[in-house]
Design a protein. Structure first.
Length: 207
């Protein structure tokens, strides 16, 4: 993200990192899908490649039709980007409403979105991974931060939370321990305040 700051693709990459959107969902985003006032983005359509040709498609499942909250930094970056995008449209007389396009208004091909990602990774000295794989650290970070699995599942567009937990089962043990500690602190008031439940003179035989 530091490497692409200032690049035209910065906001597109930022959305991958902070929302977990797929490349087809990014390519299909239109101005009306973004609510800057409330900080929301709704990926209702996608741009997919079929037999080498790009076409628009509805999301594959109902779970794909979702509304995602944006963090303040992403919302502000998107606001600035949309202002520049709208000015370009005005100056060049464009009528396309897709957000992620070349300066002359041609939509970004889904494969181009991936190719540019690989190009920037190489230039930044990073390992080559699939663009889709950026969703994994997003999901892992969200779960480790304490976001409910159902919320993470909905943001990723998974069919169910069970699918999310299966894919990210490596995160679950830590989540389980954190949940155990948090709930115990809430109920018992913390270890420092917990009295000896057995009493000062209690021994194993008196338990």
């Amino acid at each position: 993200m530091r490497h692409v700051r200032g690049d035209r693709s910065f906001v597109l990459r930022l959305l991958v990192v902070t929302t977990g959107l797929r490349r087809g969902e990014l390519g299909g985003r239109r101005r009306q899908d973004v609510d800057l006032e409330y900080g929301r983005v709704s990926p209702t359509t996608t741009r997919v490649t079929v037999d080498g040709k790009t076409q628009e498609s509805l999301t594959k499942t109902r779970s794909g039709e979702r509304t995602l909250a944006l963090d303040p930094a992403t919302r502000e970056a998107l606001r600035v980007y949309i202002h520049t995008w709208a000015e370009e449209r005005r100056q060049l007389g464009q009528d396309i409403d897709l957000l992620f396009v070349w300066p002359h208004g041609v939509p970004l091909h889904p494969d181009t979105i991936t190719a540019l990602f690989h190009k920037h990774c190489l230039a930044a000295g990073l390992l080559r991974i699939r663009l889709h794989d950026v969703r994994h650290p997003y999901a892992t970070a969200a779960l480790k931060a304490g976001a409910p699995a159902k919320v993470v599942s909905e943001r990723l567009g998974h069919a169910a939370a069970a699918c999310t937990l299966q894919v990210y089962s490596h995160v679950v043990p830590g989540m389980d321990q954190a949940a155990a500690d948090s709930v115990a602190d809430l109920i018992l008031g913390g270890a420092d305040e917990m009295p000896n439940a057995l009493g000062p003179d209690s021994g194993p035989d008196q338990a």
